[in-house]
Design a binder for this molecule. Structure first.
Ligand code: SIN
Ligand code: MN
Length: 204
């Protein structure tokens, strides 16, 4: 993996080749048929432009009750589907061989969707990385430091790219400025799907 900046953010461009991307996308869409994408609302009551679902024992949620992880889908009340095996293998290889992830947030960005600069800090422990896999349209990703006022860098994340927020970058501010609509034909209906694996609960 390539270090991208002083922050410790690392990028593996094209870690998944085109056939692997297609297989993973199919699996994601199949699982999303039982745990449908929904539009989350911020604690302040604002609908997000990104649609979300989750895989794994815990799923990241936002609504009027605040940010949290929970074991069930807010609309169906059912447990989230299992994390795809290929993602567990990537995590073991690139993030941690001993402790598996217990949460996989699935973000769907249709044309015009974006995500403001934020930190991933709803997990119990920050010692393991966050691993992110991009599918579909290229995203203009922005990454800064642990302080919101730190300078930021913009990095393009294309389909098949895998990146890691590890070490000093684990609590780096990051977000999606925009999606380059039409830059990939992978996602039916257009857009981008991002999968982020985390260890949300305690390590043992
Ligand atoms: C996130 O921070 O939850 C998603 C980042 C991305 O879409 O690449
Ligand atoms: Mn994040």
């Amino acid at each position: 993996m390539q270090p991208v900046s002083q922050t410790g953010f690392r990028l593996a461009p094209g870690a998944l080749d085109a056939p692997a991307q297609a297989v993973l996308l199919n699996e994601v869409l199949e699982k999303a048929a039982t745990a449908p994408f929904y539009r989350p609302v911020t604690p302040g009551g604002k609908p997000m432009s990104v649609e979300m679902t989750n895989f794994g024992p815990l799923g990241w949620m936002t609504d009027a009750g605040g940010y949290r992880y929970q074991p069930t889908h807010p609309a169906t009340g059912q447990p989230w589907p299992e994390i795809p095996e290929v993602l567990l293998r990537l995590w073991a290889e690139l993030a941690d061989p001993e402790v598996p992830p217990d949460a996989c947030l699935v973000n769907l960005y249709r044309e015009g969707a974006k995500m403001g600069l934020h930190q991933d800090r709803d997990e119990t422990d920050f010692s393991l990385p966050v691993l992110s896999v991009s599918l579909g349209d290229t995203a203009v990703f922005r990454i800064g430091g642990t302080s919101r006022r730190d300078p930021t860098t913009s990095v393009r994340l294309a389909s098949g790219d895998v990146c890691l927020l590890a070490g000093p970058a684990r609590l780096a501010h990051h977000g999606i400025d925009r999606i380059i609509a039409g830059s990939s034909r992978l996602v039916p209906g257009g857009g981008r799907i991002n999968l982020t694996l985390r260890r949300a609960g305690p390590l043992a």
